[in-house]
Design a protein around this ligand. Structure first.
Ligand code: ADP
Ligand code: MG
Length: 400
């Protein structure tokens, strides 16, 4: 990585000009760093005619914390490679990579600025009818084609090595499965939540289930995950849905991505109790979110099973009923991971603006108590759900 320097606007612009690939030779280019993410630099380079591209660059540390939290530049390679792999099998829902430079930790991407980040849209009670189906399509397609059902064993094992991502995985391992369940300096919650946090931290049954979810995260290279499917990693408009930012990608348990997505819709569901004052409007938004969860579960299963029926290469995995059994386990896992997302976003280090943006302290506190209880109950009862219908019924019973 001898070449690495972190770009400023002028250097990013110069880099794109030197490449000479994306704009007319005499284009008048401007460059602006506008990233609102936690970890990286994001520049938009545009010409005078409204054509533009995005240059994303990893820093050798986490942007939100500073140089005291060093972080591997290799995450840029992982992110671009996951986008490329997922783009090959699900082009319509994956941000397009236009160029990469691993030494500079640079990825050039299509500019999705005509779309909007889902989290902000949900917080304004905007709805997107394709959301659940589109995310299910992305998750089912990308996970099927990178699983042992489809890949040759040697190819799969080579990919597992290529996508070994220990530093970023360790962030997930600690923030999802460790910190919220013990005293940690990184935890972040008001004193009024101490009793709720203590309840979680002192429940042996809950701690065992969280241990099982962490163990699976450690040791189940089922497929190439995105690794960070929160609503800030999804661009939407009324016609399409695109995933960005898979720098946490690795071969892991398929239910983790599905659960992260469901967990984020449920965080928004709970947050709406403190956001939308008028009951009919609030109910409408919450019913929309539940419908998207249901669509996502149904479509995830049906797309996966169709792909498995048509394209399973492994002979043993073709056993009648096995794909169904596999997906039922994925859905159980997803409920558990959704629970850990609800909990860690409430008392752990990284929160969501859905909840933190609620101005009134006591309203916000009520929402936080609800997300903790919902997360806890999902983790405790996930294993009772035998299929997608009972998974959805569990969610409905817990939020109403
Ligand atoms: P980080 O890894 O730092 O979280 P993200 O990939 O989430 O970075 O990007 C941070 C922000 O940059 C996004 O919220 C979005 O506003 C913008 N952004 C990222 N990728 C694109 C893109 N391809 N097109 C338009 N804007 C983008
Ligand atoms: Mg991000």
């Amino acid at each position: 990585m001898a070449d690495y320097i972190a770009f400023d606007n002028a250097q990013a612009l110069n880099y794109i000009e030197q490449l000479g690939e994306f704009f007319e030779p005499n284009a008048q280019l401007t460059c602006n760093e506008f990233g609102d993410g936690n970890l990286n630099l994001v520049f938009r380079i545009a010409d005078q005619n409204g054509n533009s591209i995005i240059l994303k660059q990893a820093l050798p540390y986490a942007r939100c914390v500073g140089e005291s939290w060093p972080l591997t530049l290799d995450r840029a390679r992982i992110e671009a490679s996951v986008l490329e792999k997922h783009g090959l099998v699900c082009e319509q829902h994956t941000a397009k990579v236009l160029h990469t430079n691993n030494d500079l930790a640079v990825t050039v991407l299509e500019d999705l600025g005509h779309m909007a980040i889902l989290r902000g849209e949900l917080n304004q009670a905007k709805t997107f009818t394709r959301l659940g189906t589109d995310v299910a399509t992305y998750l089912a397609t990308s996970s099927f084609y990178h699983s042992d059902f489809y890949l040759e064993p040697a190819e799969k094992k080579a990919l597992v090595q290529e996508f070994t991502n220990p530093e970023l995985c360790s962030i997930t391992e600690e923030l999802f499965f460790d910190d919220p369940y013990r005293t940690s300096e990184r935890n972040n919650y008001p004193a009024e939540l101490e009793a709720d946090a203590q309840r979680l931290q002192q429940s042996p049954q809950l701690l065992r289930q969280v241990a099982q979810l962490k163990s699976l995260f450690f040791s189940a290279p089922q497929s190439l995950l995105h690794g960070d499917v929160h609503t800030g990693s999804i661009f939407v408009d009324q016609n399409s849905t695109k995933l960005i930012d898979p720098e946490f990608g690795f071969f892991g348990p398929i239910g983790f991505d599905l659960g992260s997505f469901i967990g984020n819709l449920l965080l928004n569901y709970c947050a709406q109790n403190g956001r939308i004052k008028e009951t009919p409007k609030r109910r409408q938004m919450q019913s929309y979110l539940l419908t998207q969860i249901q669509l996502c579960l149904n479509d995830f299963e049906s797309i996966w099973l169709t792909l498995a029926a048509q394209h399973t290469r492994d002979l043993a995995l073709q056993a009648p009923g096995y794909a169904q059994q596999f997906i039922e386990q994925i859905i159980q896992d997803a409920l558990g991971y959704a629970g850990t997302e609800l909990i860690r976003r409430t008392i752990g280090l990284a929160h969501v603006v859905d909840i933190d943006g609620i101005e009134d302290d006591s309203t916000r506190l009520q929402v936080q108590k609800q997300t903790l209880l919902l997360g806890e109950q999902l983790i405790l009862h996930a294993e009772e759900c035998e299929n997608k219908e009972s998974a959805y019924q569990l969610i409905v019973s817990l939020v109403q």
